[in-house]
Design a protein around this ligand. Structure first.
Ligand code: TXA
Ligand code: MG
Length: 323
């Protein structure tokens, strides 16, 4: 009936017995999360999905290739999962993590563990013990220290449609291309990239979509290092306290040409695995300083880039400048 924060290979989770409605309602309280936003239930063996959902052959194709791992599958729910856990929906989200501590913890509990990311609602998901502790100490019964999360962005979420195709509701480490490689059809939900048109120059912030946001406004710059430097020089006064998430090979250039900018290295351009690993950490680190603006590069929309793009347009509340 208690709450336990535990590590997974994506981000830390805030866990409770998925079959206990009092316990899962306490998750919503500890997180400050609206109770109509459903939780993912975590199992230690893909076959345990039978206990909680109506599976099908698509589920087993996904399980065989990607479980345990950073993939969440939405299936019709059985009554073993209380409505509180699934936010009143008739479906349930199922994930079998591969982090050994997560696996062992779930196995020892001998029941599915409902867990959202272990952050206070609205802040970036915690990717290390330090951040999980900062958000959850005093709100939960225990926090398991599993060090840094391997990947650093939340799991890919897919919903299985009646015709066996999949709708991707949230991109992650398991990409559309990965899933298509086993012969399944994947449709990316509109909400993943929203309705931005490629030729739109600047999109004004929409607070409604601001999810993974640091305190300072984030602005995504789509351009070369020269264009980025010119833009920042033209748009910032001497006194402003600015930060930039910059690709490693461009950071020296930016530091040389802009005085008094704090540069946070964000992996090399194209190294999306490192960028995914660093994103939430850097957003939390910049929160400790009093920046007036944080600039970051706009990621690609393919492969793991799509997961970065999805998180970063939310952190930036759609504030994108195409240079
Ligand atoms: O990597 C992850 O998935 C982490 C770790 C702890 O497993 N968990 C996580 O949970 O990110 P959370 O609650 O922060 O995000 C789960 C998302 C939410 O946006 C929720 O709305 C959606 O999954 N979701 C859960 N159940 C659903 C369902 N039945 N139908 C549609 N969306 C669902
Ligand atoms: Mg979350």
């Amino acid at each position: 009936g208690g709450l336990v924060v535990f590590p997974t290979e994506t981000v830390y989770g805030l866990g409770a017995d998925a079959t206990n409605p009092e316990a899962t309602s306490n998750i919503y309280k500890a997180k400050g999360r609206p109770s109509d936003n459903p939780l993912i239930i975590h199992i230690s063996d893909p076959k345990d999905a039978e206990e909680y959902s109506f599976t099908n052959s698509t589920y087993y194709s996904l399980a065989e290739r990607f479980m345990p791992g950073p993939l969440t599958v939405i299936l019709p729910s059985k009554d073993t999962v209380p409505l509180t856990t699934r936010g009143g929906l008739d479906t349930v989200a199922i994930r079998c993590p591969e982090n050994p501590i997560a696996k062992e913890f779930i196995k020892l509990c001998n029941v599915a563990i409902a867990a959202p990311s272990a952050n206070i609602s609205g802040s970036p998901s915690p990717t290390s013990f330090e951040y999980a502790y900062a958000d959850m100490n005093g709100r939960v019964d225990a926090i398991i220290d599993g060090g840094d999360c391997d990947f650093g962005l939340e799991s890919t979420i897919v919903k299985v449609n009646d015709d066996g195709s999949l709708t991707m509701l949230r991109p992650g480490k398991i990409t559309k291309e990965d899933i298509e490689s086993i012969g399944l059809k994947v449709i990316i939900a509109d909400a993943v990239i929203d309705t931005l048109k490629d030729d739109e120059k600047a999109i004004s912030p929409g607070m409604k979509y601001k999810h993974y946001a640091p305190i300072a406004p984030v602005v995504l710059l789509d351009g070369t290092k020269e264009q980025i430097v010119n833009y920042i020089r033209e748009n910032s006064s001497v006194k402003t306290n600015i930060a930039i998430l910059a690709y490693k090979e461009e950071s020296e250039y930016i530091k040389r040409l802009i005085n008094d900018i704090d540069v946070y290295e964000f992996g090399t351009r194209g190294d999306e695995t490192t960028q995914a690993h660093l994103l939430f950490k850097l957003l939390r680190d910049t929160d400790k300083k009093n920046y007036s603006v944080i600039y970051a590069p706009l990621p690609q929309k393919s492969g793991i880039g799509l997961a970065l793009y999805n998180r970063m347009i939310r952190a930036a509340a759609h504030n994108i400048i195409r240079l």
